[in-house]
Write a protein that binds this ligand. Sequence first.
Ligand code: 5RP
Length: 224
Amino acid sequence: MNQDKLKQSVAQAAVDYTLTRINGDSIVGIGTGSTANFFIDLLAPHRGKFAGTVASSAASEERLRGHRIPVYELNAVDDVAIYIDGADETNPQLELIKGGGAALTREKIVAAVAREFVCIADQSKWVDHLGVYPLPIEVIPMARSHVARELVKLGGDPVYRQGVITDNGNVILDVYRLHPISPVRDLEEKINNITGVVTNGLFALRPADILLLANEDGVKTITA
Ligand code: 5RP
């Protein structure tokens, strides 16, 4: 099975799971990326079964609206029942690296609000220790060089993601050579404390609650 087929199968499993967790008043949080896009497309036929969505990026918002699925501003809703999103890496503790699509800040905010965070991934995202995938950091543009120097002090090798401006008007540094990241929470906190950092792509202080992981044999449900 190719990777897109795996992404599609895990997205279908996430739709089935979501339908067991929502009612007509529920708001569903929607992630960003190709796996989240499959989820949006497969959720569309069920649009009448929940009140609407909040989106973690302008791209996901546009796709949702294309399917005539209501999209609300996060500030306009009291509760997000469930948040479904992909990841670039996940470890067995369901700590994640996210931000390959540069949407990490809004993703982290929606994950913080959601009562339940379901990560959807294919087997290629599963690792024992995070950090082979370069860690994305969203940075205020004028702080880019300062933040890069501080990341070097932490042992990383930051690379400016050329030509990318986030939905929040900021830039991305991708940090190499951090593998193996341990303990993940400590590094998440240290990077958060660098002045000029908006968000880093480690999701360990708020990990996923459930991982749906697709491989050739089907979709496994994993909890930490
Ligand atoms: C976007 C993300 C995505 O969830 C992550 O990059 C995975 O993407 P894909 O589902 O396309 O493999 O964090 O910022």
